[in-house]
Write a protein that binds this ligand. Structure first.
Ligand code: CP
Length: 326
């Protein structure tokens, strides 16, 4: 890969992923997502036929996780290994690396880029993935969640799951519920849905955890957003419900968290009252009480059945397009 320059920092992808950072959904277009989904379809077909496609053979990917993760960490590790690559895995970086001695993010990135062909980073600070991308001169940086900012690869798997079910990503109306203030998966998903025509979203959250005003203002011309206050306001003809956890780790005052943590919970009764037969029920996970486990057996619940495996397939597709070709 050629030396990175400021020119392509937060560059638009426009269907050409080769060597690019993935920092925000803002970089992606409908064309880019179509290419990604087409590659994901191809990967799923090849996996079903047990075909080998070791396109990352000889490549090493660093997984640098400053915050806990099960799905994003595990699915990236699985994706790299299924593609024949190898990983350097550093979890809890603040304790298990020289960051504990005071090493800066910038130096940490400069070190690991010498060891690997790409760096996947999760960090508690919004904007940290961009900082990492500025520090890296020769390898792509993939944002695996930056504080309350974005989680672009989660949005890619969420969009793919909706696309898989409805065969389109336009002309859809859905519900996004939970912690819309701190939930980075929600920020990226709404941006992603706003790339397509005639989408609308109902937003259900405790008053203190509404979507940031800046995001609402930026998206107002691209997607219809309707804030609602209670379950009774949920329309019954939605295509998807996307529920999220209230993010305890973002609260300074734990008493405030306790007040709102289980304000909105999906129960079988709510699904009967406000759901419909064609909808899907989504959640990025982890869940901590906001989905009653009795909902898991409902055929419309896709958080474990589709979103989790799609996390591996879409990340395989993304890594292939950034680092290789299929
Ligand atoms: N959805 C998600 O980002 O899960 P993890 O925090 O377990 O990676």
């Amino acid at each position: 890969m050629e030396a990175k320059c400021l020119h392509f920092f937060m560059d638009k992808i426009e269907g050409d992923f080769k060597g690019k950072d993935i920092l925000s959904i803002d970089q992606l277009s409908v064309k880019s997502l179509s290419k990604l989904f087409h590659t994901t379809d191809k990967i799923i077909r090849m996996l079903k036929k047990k075909k080998h496609f070791k396109v990352l053979s000889g490549k090493i990917i660093t997984l640098l996780f400053f915050e806990p993760s099960s799905r994003t960490f595990g699915s990236f590790a699985s994706a790299v290994k299924r593609l024949g690559g190898q990983t350097i895995e550093v979890q809890d970086v603040g304790h298990n690396s020289s960051v504990v001695k005071g090493e800066s993010l910038s130096d940490t990135i400069k070190v690991f880029e010498s060891y690997s062909d790409a760096i996947v980073i999760r960090h508690p600070e919004k904007g940290s993935a961009q900082k990492a991308a500025l520090a890296a001169t020769a390898v792509p940086i993939i944002n695996a969640g930056d504080g309350t900012g974005e989680h672009p690869t989660q949005a890619i798997l969420d969009l793919y799951t909706i696309y898989q079910k409805f065969k389109r990503l336009d002309n859809l109306t859905g519900l996004i519920a939970g912690d819309l203030l701190n939930g980075r998966t929600v920020h990226s998903l709404i941006k992603g849905l706003s790339l397509y025509k005639k989408n609308a979203l109902y937003l259900l959250s405790p008053k203190s955890l509404g979507l940031p005003t800046e995001l609402i203002n930026n998206l107002a011309k691209k997607i219809r957003l309707v804030e609602i206050e209670k379950e009774a306001d949920i329309p019954t003809d939605l295509y998807f419900w996307y529920w999220t956890r209230v993010q305890k780790e973002r609260f300074k005052n734990i008493g405030e968290y306790e007040k709102v943590k289980n304000r909105f919970v999906i129960t079988p009764e709510l699904v009967i009252k406000k759901g419909n037969q064609h909808m899907i029920i989504m959640h990025p996970l982890p869940r901590v009480g906001e989905i009653d486990p009795r909902v898991d057996d409902d055929k419309r619940a896709v958080y474990l059945k589709l979103q989790v495996p799609n996390g591996v397939y879409t990340r395989m597709a993304l890594l292939t397009l950034i680092l290789s070709r299929l």
